[in-house]
Design a protein. Sequence first.
Length: 228
Amino acid sequence: MIQDFSQQEQPAHRKRAPSMSVDERREAILRAVGPHVVNAQMKLSTRELAQYAGVAEGTLFRVFKDKQDLLQQAFHSELERMIEDDAWEKRLAKVQSSTDVQDRVEACLTVLLELFDDWSAIIITMRQTMLTQQHQHRYNASHHDEQATHATDHTSMAQLYQRLMLRVNQELQHQLQPVADQLSVPVEQAAAFIHMMMTAQSLATLHHQNTGLTTHQLARTIVHGIAR
């Protein structure tokens, strides 16, 4: 028996996703791959980047010059996001109520050291970037244009990172201001010293070199020194 399929219901065609402009596509890709680029310290293959972005590899190169361009822009995008994120500032504002200097410093350390741990991949990548900059002069003359481009990229990354660290320093100053009359040095110097100690503690943890200091002990040492 010959069946008549002409009256049978045909499967509905899947609606195509709305098309994106080049700029919209670029932003969508950067949002998708940014965290992965940071966590992998910019060591991702084109295939991995495409998988994280949810697009074909060829699509990447319709909106980015090359893989290095995508990696750099994604890293920049994540740094910008972190600079604009104020969640950690709000958390600091909630825990800072004490008028005791040590309690206040310890509260800052608790929040900011956790933040530095979250930024560990950023810190590692930035240190590698600085080393790369130091070795730029070893490139062959035939790579002069590429050298100039990469040096500019690295400088831009370093500038963004400095902006991020500046925000941390400014927030420390803000949190110390209510107890400024109890400090032996200006608020700016106190904030810079605390920032330096936090960085040292964070780097020690990053390299699995435990200082043996708890956050409470670190705060006490910062406020009272190492003497009895």
